[in-house]
Design a protein around this ligand. Structure first.
Ligand code: PLP
Length: 383
């Protein structure tokens, strides 16, 4: 096969990343601190809320989730509620703290945390003797979760929200950016995300005081002393100034990337418009603005004449085009299946019938034509 691979989502450089990285070398700021680290944090603060939040950039989104749990006081023996349908990185840090997860189903409008199942879970855990310490809510594929309904439940029981916005930089709800809705927010700049620092993440907090606390933990929890003195457990989670240089360049093209991802979503929307067996995952109403990090489709088995998401995936794969089933829910994962789960089979059914399609901001007209040809053949459309 000599056709080049079309990826689901791959790094997309804007151009000025090299300039910032070069500066890091020229000034010898090749360390987990420096002007790019500070600069990227300021860029993000401005982008997210014109400076009303404090951002700390870290070595990964997973590190940010872990530090978020630390800051929320999650500790050994605690329970933490987590959206079941997500990437495992939303859950693993619960275990780093010696706590355990309680999984909750999704709803069909946003594919994210179901507020009804969430409340049922909280009530039952309290009845069983333990109030959950935090709620991890995710904006899957860049579609915001039901912000108001989830916030109302969380506030009713006074449980903080850790907002996993790893896939949702550039998304917003009623004009407010994702990453700023949680008691603590998390971003990821992994290679496949909407912007990348090759690997990295950020923690978003309401106050500078909390940010100082986060940076304290992220830099080995050093007490104020001339020698190395420690009164708390620390982590080495700070972002490198070299990586932050890539991030500063990427911030200059973030809105372009969002536009290009949304154009891919429009492309699939137009293609599947007259195919009743397929729905393209789309925000429920205009309050929601999605970056459509990944465009995802759902196959209706009753209308698909035996076609499944696997039929589509394999047809694309045969042409060297990557696609992937939706996140397999955490309560179905071998490592997590013994933990409590609340809900029905929404996440499970989405997983069975859903597929993520190539969505990168760097896909070319030729790439789109190749995808169009394969899908046209499969769905019996004139190419
Ligand atoms: C990518 C991702 C993470 C983890 O971010 P990393 O930077 O890869 O550690 C966490 N949660 C979700 C939902 C993600 O998609």
């Amino acid at each position: 096969m000599n056709k080049s691979k079309i990826w689901l989502s791959s790094p997309h450089m804007g151009g000025s990343e090299r300039k910032y990285v070069q500066e890091a070398f020229d000034t010898n700021w090749v360390a987990p601190l420096g002007p790019n680290v500070t600069g990227l944090e300021q860029d993000l603060e401005k982008y997210l809320s014109k400076g009303e939040v404090a951002v700390g950039v870290l070595s990964s989104g997973t590190a940010a989730i872990h530090l978020g749990l630390v800051l929320l006081g999650v500790t050994s023996g605690d329970e933490v509620i987590c959206q079941s349908m997500t990437f495992s990185a939303s859950v693993n840090p619960i275990f780093y703290q010696g706590a355990t997860p309680v999984f909750v189903d999704s709803e069909l409008d946003t594919w994210n945390l179901c507020p009804i199942a969430l409340e049922a879970a909280i009530k039952d855990r309290i009845a069983k003797g333990k109030k959950p310490k935090a709620i991890i809510a995710v904006h899957l594929y860049g579609v915001p979760f039901q912000i108001e309904a989830i916030r109302a439940v969380a506030d009713a029981y006074a449980i903080p929200i850790l907002e996993d916005a790893a896939e949702a930089l550039g998304s917003s709800y009623k004009g407010k950016k994702c990453g700023t809705f949680g008691d603590i927010g998390v971003l990821s700049f992994n290679g496949n995300k909407i912007i990348t620092t090759s690997g990295g993440g950020a923690i978003v907090m309401p106050t500078v005081a909390l940010k100082e606390r986060a940076i304290f933990f992220a830099t080995q929890s050093r007490d104020d002393a001339p020698h190395y003195q420690h009164s708390e457990i620390g982590y080495n989670y700070r972002m490198s100034n070299v990586c932050a240089g890539i991030g500063r360049g990427q911030m200059e093209v973030l809105d372009d990337h969002v536009g290009q991802r949304r154009a891919m979503h429009d492309f699939y929307g137009a293609f599947f418009n007259d195919i009743s067996a397929i729905t393209v995952f789309t925000v429920p109403n205009d309050d929601y603005f999605a970056n459509y990090w990944l465009s995802a489709i759902l196959v209706d088995p009753e209308k698909a004449n035996g076609m499944t998401r696997e039929t589509i995936r394999l047809a694309l794969e045969a042409e060297n085009i990557e696609s992937r089933p939706l996140w397999k829910p955490m309560h179905l994962q071998p490592i997590f299946k013994k933990y409590p789960y609340y809900g029905e089979k929404v996440a499970e059914t989405l997983f069975e019938n859903g597929l993520c399609l190539p969505s990168g901001s760097n896909l070319t007209e030729e790439d789109r034509n190749r995808i169009h040809r394969v899908l046209s053949q499969l769905f019996g459309k004139k190419g």
